[in-house]
Ligand binder design. Structure first.
Ligand code: HEC
Ligand code: HEC
Ligand code: HEC
Ligand code: HEC
Ligand code: HEC
Length: 446
């Protein structure tokens, strides 16, 4: 064997070894992690009881059990035959049941979910976020984990303190945990086969003034969502005071303890799991997200101008599943005797919203440009008129008549989690009507 050939063979062996080791280290590859390595949230509760109570029955804790998600997902999966559509429709568990996916079951939505191990049913949990070491991709849950070996050897928990004095587990400062990125990897969703941007909360934030180069002005996701507590919504338009306290009963006090309520806009699902405090906090958040202005100077020309400003959210309103969320204007004109003489944006007796309502949302389409309600079939974004962070939109409303003097105009900005029409299509026990939250209201005498 000549030297060149020997050198080539040795080199390929060396490369092979390097790749083998990379594949063996679960932190570097996507190798399945043994489920016993994850520690249950109840164990963390033993010391971090206040943080546990905040997280318990939050939408992160409920992401797998949430009946609105689960029944919608199973409904959207039905009857699909296109391979790309099936791939997407099966992938929901990746973010909604993340401990299950990284430990091997469930791998897809159509697996028998009743066999999901107890710990995986607890959604996005303590040991999932606090074992994250790096990010593989900034969408579709690209978190790379390095959990310990279970309770006997809990390993390192990564967090915001650079001087932790833990017991039980080791602890280490992680810059990633202080940045929007750790949230963004799940809060940006791309269609697995078609690449369509299905959810873009992180990208919306990244392109917003909240992602400022000036550290004084920069507000990460945590800066709003992990400062909220009852009575303190912590939005872009309300104070976000620090929350001094200690991580355990016996630890030293810290200037700020990040809260773990993870409250967005969903008030009904936490409410139905006995977490009414989180439901109320979602309402407080929505009520401090947007501002309405009503200009009636053109009323003689049968027009009113309504401005909706996103003053409180670090992303579009609505964000997340922007195709499902309904944020719309209800406009009512009453005469002197409070009789309604004009109205748009009201619900019919089936709780459905009329098509002529001014509604802020995303609309997905197939390749031909026809609207689709199933995200698995979404090949393009047909429309996105949601209100971007720190921006406003003006809607000019045409009236059928010139209201008389003394008429009253009432404009409300309303929020609902999902269209009634879609909930009505889902087989099984009918859903309770979802609550309608008044985000803002202006009442004006003409
Ligand atoms: C036996 C008590 C105990 C248990 C159980 C426990 N912790 Fe801790 N943990 C502590 C103490 C003490 C600290 C340090 C607090 C400080 O320095 O202010 C801490 C700190 C932390 C930190 C901050 C680390 C940093 O550097 O920022 C994280 C994150 C954390 N724990 C997560 C967890 C998770 C997740 C679990 C469950 C898997 C858990 N802890 C279970 C006692 C415990
Ligand atoms: C969605 C991910 C996520 C989940 C789930 C989560 N945490 Fe955290 N946690 C964070 C982040 C991010 C921070 C730090 C925020 C920052 O520095 O901006 C944090 C901070 C902490 C800290 C430091 C003290 C504090 O509050 O500031 C402790 C301790 C902690 N978490 C424990 C827990 C426990 C216990 C649970 C489960 C009951 C849990 N976490 C669930 C993301 C998470
Ligand atoms: C400046 C404060 C602020 C920042 C920063 C912020 N949010 Fe929000 N967030 C809000 C407000 C206010 C709402 C309620 C209005 C709404 O739904 O858009 C909200 C709602 C949400 C919702 C519920 C969406 C819906 O409409 O149903 C999610 C999910 C969310 N935020 C995630 C994030 C993530 C992830 C980040 C970081 C990439 C982030 N937020 C940054 C203020 C903020
Ligand atoms: C492992 C994936 C994952 C990570 C990481 C993650 N989230 Fe979430 N988050 C979800 C999922 C999935 C839901 C929706 C659960 C549902 O509605 O069924 C959610 C829900 C939420 C909600 C509630 C939305 C509502 O409509 O009320 C907020 C707020 C939120 N996340 C903020 C954050 C913040 C802030 C971070 C970073 C500290 C973060 N998330 C990290 C997956 C994740
Ligand atoms: C990359 C992560 C990710 C994947 C994959 C994912 N989701 Fe979600 N999902 C989220 C996040 C984050 C939210 C919270 C956004 C919000 O509140 O608007 C959410 C919220 C939802 C909600 C709203 C639930 C409620 O209670 O209002 C539904 C419905 C939903 N997802 C359906 C699905 C379906 C169906 C799939 C699979 C086709 C899927 N999701 C896949 C991250 C994901």
């Amino acid at each position: 064997m000549n030297f060149k050939k020997w050198f080539k063979i040795s080199l390929s062996w060396a490369l092979g070894f390097v790749m083998l080791f990379a594949a063996v280290d679960p932190a570097l590859s996507m190798e399945k992690i043994d489920i016993d390595r994850f520690i249950s949230p109840e164990t963390c509760q033993g010391c971090h009881d206040k943080i546990f109570e905040q997280w318990e029955n939050s939408m992160h804790n409920l992401s797998h059990k949430d009946p609105v998600y689960l029944r919608t997902a199973q409904f959207l999966r039905k009857g699909l035959i296109n391979e790309g559509e099936i791939k997407e429709a099966e992938s929901c568990v990746k973010c909604h049941t993340p401990v299950g996916v990284v430990t091997g079951f469930p791998e897809k939505l159509s697996d028998d979910l009743s066999k999901t191990p107890e710990i995986a049913t607890q959604g996005i949990q303590c040991d999932y976020c606090h074992s994250a070491v790096t990010i593989k991709q900034m969408y579709n849950n690209g978190l790379v984990l390095k959990p310990g070996q279970g309770e006997d050897e809990p390993g390192i928990k990564y967090g915001p303190f650079d001087d932790p004095i833990p017991d039980f587990h080791e602890a280490q400062y992680s810059k990633m945990h202080t940045e929007s990125k750790i949230c963004g990897t799940c809060h940006d969703v791309k269609h697995l086969a078609f690449g369509t941007n299905l959810e873009t909360t992180y990208t919306e934030w990244k392109n917003s003034p909240y992602n400022s180069k000036d550290p004084e002005k920069k507000i990460e996701c945590q800066g709003c969502h992990m400062y909220q507590r009852p009575g303190i919504p912590s939005t872009g338009s309300t104070p976000r005071p620090e929350n001094p306290g200690s991580a355990t009963d016996y630890s030293d006090e810290r200037p700020h303890l990040f809260t773990h309520y993870f409250v967005g806009a969903n008030s009904s699902v936490p409410g139905s799991f006995e977490a009414r405090d989180k439901g109320r906090m979602a309402i407080e958040r929505l009520q401090n997200a947007a501002t309405l202005f009503v200009d009636t100077s053109l009323i003689k020309q049968k027009k009113i101008n309504i401005t909706v400003a996103n003053t409180g959210a670090g992303h579009s309103i609505p964000t997340g599943v922007g195709d499902l969320r309904q944020v719309w204007l209800e406009i009512t004109i009453q005469d002197k005797a409070s009789k309604i003489i004009f109205q748009t944006g009201a619900l019919n007796d089936k709780h459905e919203l009329s098509r002529d309502a001014v509604i802020f949302r995303t609309v997905f389409g197939d390749e031909k440009g026809n609207e689709v309600i199933n995200i698995a079939k979404a090949k393009q974004v047909l429309k996105d008129n949601r209100i971007k962070a720190k921006q406003s939109v003006i809607e000019i409303i045409d009236l059928p008549l010139v209201p008389r003097k003394d008429a009253m105009i009432i404009v409300r900005l309303l929020y609902r989690g999902m269209p009634r029409k879609i909930l009505n299509m889902i087989p099984g026990k009918p859903f309770e009507p979802l609550p309608i939250i008044e985000m803002a209201k202006v009442q004006k005498q003409i």
